[in-house]
Ligand binder design. Structure first.
Ligand SMILES: [Zn+2]
Length: 481
């Protein structure tokens, strides 16, 4: 069946190479900018997609039609997956050669990746029904989860606030970088911001339409003008000490909220690197923007691959990015140090010593291979979760080749939490937020009820304990009750 579908898809694409185009949103229905694009080949490897059948005949459909939604999702996913497959590079998804895409799984203001498929939904908004699968921002966010899971699978199960938040940040970065693959977007954003990329724009505003729909139900759950804005002024605080939920104007340990810190640092770095490398820093060209976006994506991917999964993951990735950047462009490390120090993601000492460490490491020791190291499992006491057996969790405890530290508000370095303490704090928040499916285990007199809330994790019985298992990355952040 899948083979027959793929063959039919290829035939359609070959036939339509003669000049048929599709019409799609550039970045989000909320901004409403249309562009005509070539028909995408969903079966193209290495990162193929399986869409619902029957496939509508390609063509320039009008917004509001099922056919338009189908081709908008298809074009955005193909564009984003082509970008990442070359940059990482990837030969397949974590789930295999083909990733299923379920365009409308029912009523919900949500979308998620569950290691089986990218799942999208529809829900009410003041301006009518919104479909999360119609937004290139959202579909490229979900695909970002799948991409990161395909080359850093240890982050999936790590019991760590920073690992979970980073998954959300990488997904938003995927939406930003996928949008920047369109020349029309690059040109428009440089014009709209007068060449100063790190400004509020339709590029920095992610998922405006879904943001408006959620805001109508929960005014403080999302940013004032979108779901999340990549231009922000958040600085690092140890998520262990943050509240587990907060209004969107403040940082909390909730993964989407805490993700905004790293996304803001990434987008600010992109703007500063563009200014540092453009022939005319006051007016970079769209070609220069494409080139710097590629550079920064490569630096990020390299750092993710090389960094050990530790409780202070933000600092470890940031420091490794500083180390990687010099071989791409000598102007980049200083820019990254500046942004990460300003955001307190790196302490002054970590930012200024990391390059010296890299040089001494190259001279004296083999490079640490984070990929080959599985995460250690730890049994947490769990009676306070209503469980009569210990709870097994995967901890962010890989050995560090060097210690990168974030900074407190007074610029002093923050000693990273131990992996067990980070795991305990993360799991406490999961239970407090109702994110764990008890799956019929545990003491019924001690369970907490959290309505219809989507569960990101579940309990699995294993010998004389329970194991905490991630089911999905839930991306709607709508607190349903
Ligand atoms: Zn997400």
């Amino acid at each position: 069946m899948a083979k027959a579908w793929a063959k039919r898809q290829r035939n359609v694409v070959a036939k339509d190479a003669a000049g048929v185009t599709i019409r799609v949103w550039e970045d989000d229905p909320g901004t409403g900018v249309l562009v005509d694009r070539p028909v995408p080949d969903l079966a193209k490897k290495p990162l193929a997609f399986a869409f619902p059948t029957p496939m509508p005949k390609p063509g320039p459909y009008q917004p509001g039609t099922l056919e338009f939604r189908y081709w908008t999702a298809a074009e955005a996913l193909r564009r984003g997956a082509d970008f990442w497959s070359a940059r990482v590079p990837l030969t397949k998804w974590e789930v295999g050669p083909v990733l299923k895409v379920l365009l409308d799984e029912g009523a919900d203001l949500n979308a998620y990746y569950d290691r089986k498929a990218l799942n999208f939904f529809h829900g009410p908004s003041p301006k009518g029904t919104v479909y999360s699968g119609e937004s290139p921002d959202i579909v490229c966010h979900e695909m970002g989860h799948a991409v990161l899971d395909s080359f850093k699978p240890q982050l999936w199960g790590a019991a760590s606030h920073e690992a979970a938040a980073f998954h959300e940040s990488f997904a938003d970065i995927s939406a930003l970088l996928s949008a920047l693959q369109l020349q029309s977007v690059r040109t428009a954003i440089l014009t709209d911001t007068s060449g100063h990329l790190y400004q509020n724009s339709r590029l920095s505003r992610l998922a405006e339409q879904l943001g408006a729909a959620i805001r109508a139900q929960q005014p403080d759950a999302v940013d004032p003008d979108c779901l999340r804005n990549a231009v922000n002024s958040f600085t690092y605080e140890d998520p262990i000490n943050l509240p587990q939920m907060a209004p969107a104007s403040r940082l909390s340990s909730e993964p989407h909220s805490f993700s905004r810190l790293f996304t803001g640092a990434f987008f600010e770095s992109l703007g500063s690197m563009l200014a540092a490398s453009a022939a005319d820093p006051s007016m970079p060209t769209q070609q220069e923007l494409a080139s710097v976006a590629n550079d920064l994506a490569g630096i990020l991917v390299d750092a993710i691959k090389r960094a050990p999964v530790v409780s202070s993951w933000y600092a470890q990735v940031a420091a490794t990015m500083v180390q990687s950047a010099g071989s791409v462009n000598p102007a980049y490390p200083a820019v990254l140090r500046g942004v990460f120090v300003k955001r307190s993601i790196l302490s002054l000492h970590s930012a200024t010593s990391v390059e010296t460490f890299r040089k001494s490491l190259v001279a004296s020791a083999p490079v640490f291979d984070a990929k080959s190291q599985p995460l250690a499992r730890l049994a947490l006491p769990a009676t306070h979760y209503g469980l009569d057996r210990p709870l097994l969790v995967e901890t962010a405890s890989q050995p560090r080749p060097f210690l990168a530290m974030a900074a407190a508000g007074d610029a002093s370095p923050i000693e990273p939490a131990s992996a067990p303490n980070a795991a305990r704090a993360f799991v406490d928040d999961l239970f407090r937020g109702g994110r764990v499916d008890y799956a019929d285990v545990g003491n019924p007199d001690a369970k907490m009820v959290h309505g219809r809330r989507l569960r990101s994790h579940r309990l699995v019985t294993e010998a004389k304990s329970f194991r905490l298992e991630r089911q999905l990355f839930d991306c709607g952040i709508c607190r349903r009750s």
